[in-house]
Design a protein around this ligand. Structure first.
Ligand code: GDP
Ligand code: MN
Length: 399
């Protein structure tokens, strides 16, 4: 699950990480109030208006703008709030339709008074599965073009691996601050910043933190100006406060609907819809479709209880995708028996208008009986026992 910048900053603050302060506004009527609130907190004249969408590169698309007074602020905020913001990371990129900005963060200008006196640093924390460790990636070249830095001058991007058992050790914090070329107050500030940031990362079960830029201000403070936070969905049950931050309007509507019905669904680009129980079997099914020359349209795990209601819901979700030209149902009857699944498929297919060919492969407990039920149902559903047969039948159906 991804957080908005303002939510990520709230999380960081709970762990003592200093951030660029701001006020969130959803409604244009509240713009004046937000400005006043920020003035009272920060005593700065300039403010930065930042679009809150789940995509980076907002600065490049005109979603982050500096205002030098209240008039400018009102004009900029009125433009950004409600706009369709295109960034290199929104769907379709700068040529796409962009994303609707429903919230803005009105933030203090932390670069003032002397823009040139600041340094933009890049810091991210993520999990390195090959090294069985967390890794802190950092660079002196933070800002809007970190991708280009990594591409053209990879030697400027450093990595510090952290053993999850030992945690981030004091010498590692000092090494990071040293490699970032910091000294004095900024050096000390960075060791504290990185320590708290790492604590926030592990304590919140995050899979990604990206602070870009992390700022060394003219007076040597270290602050998170931007943050991208991704939390491991499987850990959300133990972070109720974070789970409440979910913004479903930023997610794929079909994936949200699937989740609400207890199905895990990921949309893909192919034309063969898949309905499978178990994530491993779903992966194997997608491989098999590819092996026979097809392209899966989705990943869909209906879970352990493939009853009629679930199967029907799964059909509806798969069929929302106009690219789907055939559906392969591959269910292993372990706890749930194949005859029950077969009945579920027949019942669901009777309730909704399905125009594409369906191939059902049932294996496991009562597989033969399940096949019989499908074959005798009178529905235009083809059944198979072997996965190879099923994958071949899909290819024939597409011809
Ligand atoms: P992103 O483009 O989505 O990554 O959004 P960021 O929050 O990183 O902001 C983009 C850029 O806006 C930063 O790299 C800064 O150059 C600029 N920026 C952000 N906050 C401030 C600020 O307080 N003052 C000034 N002058 N510029 C800022
Ligand atoms: Mn950024």
């Amino acid at each position: 699950m991804n957080l908005h910048e303002y939510q990520g900053k709230e999380l960081l603050k709970q762990y003592g990480v200093d951030v660029q302060e701001g006020v969130v506004v959803e409604n244009k009527d509240k713009l004046g109030e937000a400005y006043q609130k920020l003035k009272d907190q920060t005593k700065t004249d300039f403010v930065v208006v930042k679009a809150q969408i789940h995509a980076g590169g907002r600065g490049k698309g005109g979603g982050v703008k500096l205002a030098k007074n209240k008039e400018e602020y009102l004009e900029i905020s009125n433009d950004i709030l409600g706009m369709m913001l295109k960034t290199p990371q929104t769907p379709g990129g700068m040529d796409g339709e962009g994303k609707l900005v429903q919230k803005i963060l009105v933030a203090e200008d932390v670069y003032a008074p002397d823009f040139e006196a600041n340094d933009e640093i890049y810091i991210s924390i993520l999990t390195d599965r090959e090294k069985n460790a967390n890794v802190i990636v950092y660079s002196t070249e933070g800002g809007m073009d970190i991708e280009a830095v990594a591409e053209e001058t990879p030697e400027k991007v450093h990595k510090e691996f952290v053993d999850p058992e030992l945690g981030l050790l004091p010498f590692q914090k000092r090494k990071i601050a040293f490699n970032l070329g910091l000294s004095g107050k900024a050096f000390k500030g960075m060791t504290k910043f990185i320590g708290n940031l790492y604590k926030a990362f592990t304590s919140s079960d995050a899979s990604l933190f990206e602070i870009n830029p992390c700022l060394r201000t003219g007076d040597d403070r270290i602050l998170a100006v931007d943050c991208k936070v991704t939390i491991d969905d499987n850990a959300l049950y133990r972070h109720k406060d974070i789970a409440e931050m979910r913004d479903e309007s930023e997610e794929d509507p079909t994936e949200v609907e699937a989740k609400n019905h207890g199905l895990s669904y990921v949309k893909l680009d192919g034309n063969v819809g898949c309905m499978v129980n178990g994530a491993g079997l779903a992966m194997a099914t997608m491989d098999m479709i590819k092996l026979y020359g097809g392209e899966p349209a989705n990943f869909l795990d209906v879970g352990g209880t493939a009853d009629a209601a679930r199967v029907e819901q799964a059909f509806r979700i798969i069929l929302k995708d106009e690219n789907v030209k055939a559906i392969l149902i591959n269910i292993f009857g372990g706890i749930v028996r194949c005859d029950r699944v077969a009945k579920g498929v027949v019942e669901a297919a009777g309730n909704i208008d399905i125009t594409v060919p369906i191939i059902v492969r049932l294996q496991g407990t009562n597989a033969e009986l399940g096949k019989k039920i499908i074959d005798e149902s009178g529905l235009k559903v083809e059944s198979a026992i072997l996965l190879e047969e099923a994958a071949e039948a899909v290819q024939n159906a597409l011809k």
